[in-house]
Design a protein around this ligand. Structure first.
Ligand SMILES: Nc1ncnc2c1ncn2[C@@H]1O[C@H](COP(=O)(O)OP(=O)(O)OP(=O)(O)O)[C@@H](O)[C@H]1O
Ligand SMILES: [Mg+2]
Length: 394
């Protein structure tokens, strides 16, 4: 591979051609999309949006697909979601002129019908009417997409979908949306032609769990989707990225030094990028690593790992205790050792502990391994363990 000069962009949005590696992931996702939709999850800042940008560029090169990328962060109701989707479809000409005027007429008719009815009965009646409108609008839009793209599979990536679900003010509305999207993916006439990719920087399981706990009957809205977990870069791609930064930052690092940067960054491109953003001005790798872990201004976005638990975990104190204990040692701990520690702090049942450990594992904080027929746990990424130890443990 030819080395191209790159400068660290820590956190910036990458163009598809700036996304290093991920070819195997793109290939695998394309083959999955032929059969089913995808739920893409991974650690915060691990490169999900970058992967989507490369995937969409690749899909749009293939006549069998038409892909659109929609970032839905900041949206807090379904009407705005439909509006954003519609604008995007028009802008990217996914629906043809003829279909657009048909959709516009259908939308006008729907809005006219419902505004005439008026909205007596307060908030819940209003929500119900609104739902009837946006549900039908979504139906019209998806029909228009299929009509304009015969014999093509349409892939709609919804980046920050979990954040949107969490932000939708009315939990019932959020629950209805996941149910309706599930039935789109499941039923005629859309099931063979429309695919969704859900992606988000908070775990969708956490958000769905919250909806369930609030009494919304949402069933299993993801069980027909492929769970795609994004891993760090391969050794080869991480080293290639380091070589590109070495050239772009006009450094003259040895192969061993670049490999040690990849190792410290655990092949996660965001951390390799972050390390180079410091090393380019002060050539000391270990010091750069310490700076990242110690930064008081949250420049490297670790605080999110703490806040996510505060905001979304039902038993946050238990999770904090578990992470507190595990952050103090690099080696895995058995479930019994973790239980003993927690029991010294509070009363906790084994089943509650198992559920809490499972949540942390699903959410990518912990790695579980069987050792001598016992479940053992440790932090999945050393960089997060160290940050936790330095900044949060007691
Ligand atoms: N494949 C890659 N090649 C080069 N740099 C990358 C790659 N993937 C990620 N990065 C770096 O990591 C940063 C974060 O990537 P990205 O925004 O894709 O992560 P994310 O998982 O979507 O984050 P969030 O969880 O905040 O949504 C990018 O701005 C870039 O600096
Ligand atoms: Mg992202």
């Amino acid at each position: 591979m030819t080395i191209v000069p790159l400068t660290p962009s820590t956190g910036g949005i990458l163009q598809p051609n700036q996304v290093i590696g991920r070819d195997a992931e793109v290939e695998k996702m394309i083959s999955i999309l032929k059969r089913q939709s995808i739920n893409l999850s991974a650690l915060r800042r691990s490169g999900k949006s970058s992967l989507l940008s490369k995937l969409n560029a690749e899909l749009n090169r293939d006549k069998a697909f038409r892909a659109i990328y929609l970032n839905v962060e900041g949206i807090s109701n379904c009407d705005s979601f439909i509006e954003k989707l519609y604008l995007k479809l028009k802008e990217e000409k996914v629906i043809k002129e003829k279909a657009i005027s048909k959709v516009d007429k259908a939308f006008d008719k729907l809005l006219g019908r419902f505004s005439k009815i008026g909205l007596p009965g307060g908030f819940s009646a209003e929500l119900n009417k609104r739902r009837q409108v946006w549900e039908k609008q979504l139906d019209e839009l998806l029909l228009a997409i299929i009509e304009s793209n015969p014999n093509r599979q349409i892939v709609i990536s919804l980046d920050e979908f979990s954040i949107m679900l969490d932000k939708i003010e009315d939990e019932k509305e959020a629950s209805e949306l996941v149910g309706i999207l599930r039935s789109v993916m499941h039923n005629e006439p859309f099931k063979d032609s429309i695919r969704f990719i859900y992606c988000g920087s908070i775990g969708i399981d956490l958000v769905l769990d919250k909806l369930k706990r609030a009494g919304n009957n949402i069933g299993q809205p993801l069980n027909h989707m492929f769970d795609f977990i994004l891993d760090p870069l391969t050794d080869e791609n991480a080293f290639y990225l380091a070589q590109c930064f070495n050239m772009g930052c006009e450094l003259d690092l040895s192969e061993a030094e670049m490999k040690s940067i990849c190792e410290l960054g655990e092949n996660i491109p965001y951390y390799i990028d972050a390390l180079f953003s410091i090393i380019r001005y002060q050539n000391n790798i270990q010091k750069a690593y310490d700076t990242i872990l110690d930064d008081p201004n949250n420049k490297f976005e670790f605080k999110h790992f703490y806040e996510r638990i505060t905001l979304h975990y039902p038993n946050k104190e238990d999770s904090f205790l578990i992470l507190n204990f595990l952050s103090k040692e690099k080696n895995p701990k058995t479930e019994v050792e973790i239980l003993n520690y927690l029991s010294s702090e509070k009363i906790i049942s084994r089943t509650t502990l198992i559920d809490e450990l499972e949540r942390l594992r699903t959410d990518d904080y912990l790695l579980r391994q069987m050792k001598k027929e016992q479940r053992t746990y440790q932090f999945k990424y050393e960089i997060l363990r160290k940050w936790w130890k330095i900044n949060k443990s007691y």
